[in-house]
Design a protein around this ligand. Structure first.
Ligand code: GAP
Length: 442
């Protein structure tokens, strides 16, 4: 870690937003209708990046572990769930309006609670009122209070209300976890910073149920394990930090919470929260549902309510952070090159097949190479424009390896494999190509 915090590039934000739009990572939603504020659509490259982020999370949290299972719970849920979780009463932000310009702000985010940051007027802000962030809708044709349902504002409650189902069907016992990836919805007062804070976003959450006496130890374990996940996927350590919450930041039921923060262009901000939530959630649902939500410990011959350690990350926010961390510019032969130094497991395409020319003579061999590669790696195929420009295009979207099929290939059955970062080129026989790529890409 450097002594002083690194200074973020002031233009990085605009560069990444522009690249995202220009190359098809992220589009403004409903753009042809003027854009639907603060919602975004993931384009052909963005959907691949986002899938890879989620896949890597699932792999490390579920696939590679014997003690975590997954679920996919519904997005719509009845008010009882949110009554029990405390969201109906407490999931609010303090909202103030400016009487001069009409702008709305979160009171707790104002630099000066007297001054409107939009128009600069002093003393024009209304008293704060609590605004619930949950989206409400109605199930079925009758629009009355009996039909009210909510879009989940977090995936976590799906795990708590399925605790007994999973316990009974999966043969797991504490310590064990339930993981879920999916969309959540919050009617944020001040969405912004591109996909950092949106009203519709994806979360990757895991509830880890542990014997009460072990929760502090598991909390520390998950803080370290989750921080390492970002580092293993190529995020530079100096852009990450683990920030423990002060006691006045903690919810009343949490004995410890830490945020994994990333140094965004606007400063340190949250990627993920890890919380020691005690037995709050299971007890609340037990009380409100009337179910006995406990674990029967056969060895000790006693019932107890597990405590929960929760690592809760944002998939869309994390994908954006990976883009920001990977964005780089260097100079090659006096030309500026933009390169996304994405980890090979996150890059939208791991490989691109680039026939040197569009001539029919090269096409069958280039297709043969594409067919060889595509079953194992996400592979792009691009045959138009000069080869140098096509390399630049692939560098800009983070493709780790490009394979060029040229006229010599027709004689020697070998192709050129070019590395994104070193730009080194190796001549590899087609017969050994898959093994070579496996060595480079895993
Ligand atoms: N179950 C706990 C929970 O939901 P949270 O800190 O409110 O905790 C977890 O959310 C993560 O979800 C955050 O660290 C962030 O990455 C992501 N997230 C939360 N609100 C978001 C929003 N409006 N837009 C994008 N991501 C968001």
């Amino acid at each position: 870690m450097p002594d002083s915090p690194p200074v973020p590039d002031p233009d990085l934000f605009d560069k990444v937003v522009n690249l995202s739009k220009r190359r098809g990572f992220v589009f403004q939603s409903a753009e042809i209708y003027g854009g639907f504020r603060s919602t975004y659509d993931y384009g052909p490259l963005g959907v691949l990046l986002l899938r890879n982020v989620k896949e890597q999370w699932w792999r490390s949290m579920v696939q590679l572990r014997h003690d975590v299972v997954g679920i996919d719970a519904s997005i719509l849920s009845p008010p009882q769930v949110w009554e029990a979780s405390g969201h109906l009463a407490n999931f609010t932000d303090p909202l103030v309006d400016c009487k001069s310009c009409g702008a709305r702000h979160r009171e707790d985010r104002l630099d000066d609670p007297e001054v409107c940051p939009n128009c600069g007027e002093k003393g024009t802000l209304t008293e704060a009122r609590q605004f619930n962030l949950m989206f409400k809708t109605h199930a079925g044709p009758v629009v009355d209070s009996a039909a009210e349902v909510y879009l989940r504002p977090e995936t976590a409650q799906g795990m708590f209300i399925n605790f007994l189902n999973v316990l009974q069907t999966s043969r797991k016992r504490p310590p064990f976890g339930i993981a879920q990836i999916g969309k959540s919805f919050r009617n944020e007062i001040t969405p912004g910073n591109f996909v950092f804070r949106t009203r519709e976003f994806e979360q990757m959450e895991m509830e880890y149920f542990v014997p009460p006496a072990d929760s502090a130890e598991w909390y520390r374990y998950w803080c370290e394990t989750r921080l390492q996940w970002y580092i293993d996927l190529g995020m530079p350590e100096h852009l990450l930090r683990l920030r423990e919450h002060d006691s006045d930041e903690l919810s009343h039921y949490s004995s410890a919470t830490a945020d994994i923060e990333f140094l965004f262009p606007w400063g340190w901000d949250e990627l993920e929260g890890i919380a020691n939530r005690g037995d709050f959630d299971l007890r609340q649902h037990a009380e409100h549902s009337g179910e006995r939500i406990e674990y029967f410990d056969q060895q000790a011959n006693e019932h107890w309510v597990p405590h929960v350690v929760e690592p809760a990350a944002g998939a869309t926010r994390t994908a954006m952070a990976f883009l920001m961390a990977a964005y780089d510019e260097d100079v090659v032969n006096d030309d500026k090159r933009t390169v996304l130094r994405l980890h090979r497991d996150l890059a939208p395409h791991q490989v691109a097949v680039l026939p040197l020319s569009k001539k029919d003579t090269l096409t069958p061999t280039a297709r043969e190479v594409f067919d060889l590669v595509k079953t194992r790696w996400m592979c792009d195929y691009d045959e138009t424009q000069a080869i140098g420009r096509r390399y630049r295009r692939q560098d800009e979207i983070g493709t780790p390896l490009c394979i060029t099929v040229d006229f010599d290939t027709l004689d020697d059955r070998a192709v050129t494999v070019r590395d994104r970062d070193t730009m080194a080129q190796d001549r590899i026989p087609i017969e050994g190509l898959v093994d070579h790529l496996a060595g480079e890409l895993g």
